[in-house]
Design a protein around this ligand. Structure first.
Ligand code: DAK
Length: 258
């Protein structure tokens, strides 16, 4: 499919979606959201694809939802605008792992999109924030919940109530990004991490991602029970036999996702 607001590429088992509205700092408008969901659908159907990278430009991952598009909307129009709601769910529940490659502005809905990814690699120039309060609203794409779970109540309150941005190193110290690298290296680093994940058993990766995400939804003992069931399930996979045989034969495993 031809896209206008995003670009899609594939390198072996790793697919990349690049947000591409440079004139609007990759603000998420209706077309971009629809194209992003459609690109994810394509990547989900592609059995040879094992890991996805979502990135933007060096200046901006995304400056959030398109304010110019939202400005004239009434409450009812906003509530009835179907395109926004599925996005974060689609990204958050995407079965294959998603690496967010962040640089520059990661704001509002852009940070909410990033927080729906699984591993976040950030350039040292990254600035993250929920500035919705500055335009008289509040986060609406999961920010109050996901940011609070990521950084705790007090930092989340400070960020959400003042709209102030934090830098990459502070985000890393808070556990809001996985790693920080020089700005020349963020995309290479994201590709490296994605390739590492893609070389592991796709079955184990998928179930491990499900189990980690359940930690946000379940209490500890239910979560541990859930983990244990998935763990037993992996003993029925060919990848488990291959992984353990390869270890004992001192060779690299060839995982098939079976
Ligand atoms: N929307 C539309 N255009 C944007 C934009 C945005 N969010 N951010 C930047 N732009 C545009 C600017 O208007 C400008 O366009 P021109 O005027 O040149 O045509 C161009 O990008 C470059 O921006 P600046 O000239 O402002 O560049 P600076 O370097 O001076 O400043 C900035 C960069 C990122 C600090 C600044 O642009 C800024 O503050 N942007 C707004 C950031 C923001 O407030 N983001 C939160 C938006 S609200 C929902 C779920 C979630 C949401 C909504 C609904 N539902 C489930 C229904 C999410 C809401 C949000 O994200």
């Amino acid at each position: 499919m031809d896209y206008e607001t995003i670009a899609m590429s594939k390198d072996g088992p790793v697919g990349t979606i690049t947000l591409n509205r440079p004139g609007a700092l990759n603000a998420l408008n209706e077309q971009m959201v629809k194209e992003l969901i459609s690109a994810l659908d394509e990547f989900e159907r592609d059995a040879s694809l094992r890991c996805v990278i979502i990135t933007g430009s060096e200046r901006a991952f995304s400056a959030g939802a398109d304010i110019k598009e939202m400005a004239g909307m009434t409450a009812v129009q906003m509530a009835m605008t179907g395109h926004f709601f599925p996005l974060w769910d689609r990204v958050g529940r995407f079965p294959k792992p998603i690496v967010g490659a962040l640089s520059g502005f990661v704001l509002g809905g852009g940070l909410e999109l990033a927080m729906s990814c699984d591993i976040l690699v950030a350039s040292e120039t990254t600035q993250l924030g929920q500035p919705e309060i500055d335009i008289g609203v509040m986060p609406g794409g999961g920010g109050t919940q996901r940011l609070t779970r990521a950084v705790g109540k007090y930092k989340a309150m400070e960020m959400i109530l003042t709209g102030k941005r934090i830098g990459a190193e502070e985000a890393k110290a808070l556990g809001l990004v996985s790693r920080v690298v020089p700005k020349e290296a963020y995309l290479t680093e994201a590709r490296k991490v994605a390739s590492e994940v893609a070389s592991r058993s796709p079955v184990a990766v998928r179930l491990a991602k499900m189990a980690v995400n359940k930690a946000f939804e379940m209490g500890l003992s239910d979560g541990i029970d859930f983990e244990r069931e998935l763990f037993y399930l992996l003993f029925a996979s060919e990848d488990k036999s291959e992984g353990m045989a390869a270890f004992m034969e001192k060779r690299s495993p060839q995982f098939k996702g079976k």
